[in-house]
Design a binder for this molecule. Sequence first.
Ligand SMILES: Nc1ncnc2c1ncn2[C@@H]1O[C@H](COP(=O)(O)OP(=O)(O)O)[C@@H](O)[C@H]1O
Ligand SMILES: O=P(O)(O)OC[C@H]1O[C@](O)(COP(=O)(O)O)[C@@H](O)[C@@H]1O
Length: 321
Amino acid sequence: MIRLKKIAVLTSGGDSQGMNSAIRAVVRTGLANGYEMLGVKRGFKGLMDNDFIPLGSKEVSDILYRGGTFLQSARSEKFKTKEGQKKAIANLAERGIDYLVVIGGDGSYKGAEVLHQQGIKTYGLPGTIDNDIPLTDYTIGFDTTLNVVTNAISNLRDTMSSHERVSVIEAMGRSCGDIALQAGISSGVDAILVPEVEADIEGIAAKLRAGFDRGKTHSIVIVAEGAGKADEVAKKIKELTNLDTKPTVLGHIQRGGTPTAFDRIFTSRMGHKVIDLIKQDISGVALGMEKNEITYHTFEEIFAAKNTIDSQLYQIFHDLI
Ligand SMILES: Nc1ncnc2c1ncn2[C@@H]1O[C@H](COP(=O)(O)OP(=O)(O)O)[C@@H](O)[C@H]1O
Ligand SMILES: O=P(O)(O)OC[C@H]1O[C@](O)(COP(=O)(O)O)[C@@H](O)[C@@H]1O
């Protein structure tokens, strides 16, 4: 009897909207190409705990439009140890898994790369809302998060305007300001603080004060979490302007919600492409989108590349305020 080749898929690190759609695309395309498909629960933790489930077409129905990940996600310190990795590799061997697809952020890519170095054929799909992975224009969930943040800012603007206040909104992004920058542009905010650029808080405060003196009824400042805390920035602005300033931390609300059409199509394309790479026996690579093409690079290339703020967008923002 011919043994079908086996592909396992897992989600790791912070979840992001579109992970379910990505799992569905990998599974359905894999099945259509004659592979046996399995899911691993709770990321690398499940690999070490031998927590696998068979995935047929039915198991991935009704998940396309759901946020989160039905395979669950986790962060695991134990997997960073040689002992943890040995356990994971032994479980993969025992089950005869030929290929492993890891959907997660840059930390998860490190995990995928250490397995690849130890002989496992691994693939990365960029699952993080932060958009902080080099060599891809987008990560899974980033577009959905932008829409969530844009809607949240719109709600805040209404009440800030009625009360003539300044709103300081903290968005996610520990080392990358893309959520703050792009949601800031889409919302027409007055100032953006990102971790990649040193903030001129006195200059921002002076502009906000001048705006109110001209008759503005509200102002919005968006700060990426890696650039400062909303309450501290709000306190400073209040001190410098004497304007009523309120902090809001958007928190995990940003990671939820049904994925946008963009995230669903993006993940469907990557799921399709990863099976294509498996068929060609190309491994140790992560996928992404560059100039609307689905592309791939080795993990090493991705780790060597630097993720920088989009200077053109940053300039566009400053020319629009
Ligand atoms: N250097 C590493 N070696 C092995 N595994 C790693 C390494 N860095 C991260 N991981 C694994 O990937 C998981 C997810 O990474 P983390 O940085 O928390 O999230 P993300 O993948 O979203 O960036 C970690 O909990 C750990 O199990
Ligand atoms: O949900 P947690 O574990 O508190 O992590 C919060 C972090 O997760 C993120 O949403 C995504 O980060 P990762 O890509 O590292 O998972 C960050 O923006 C945020 O700082």
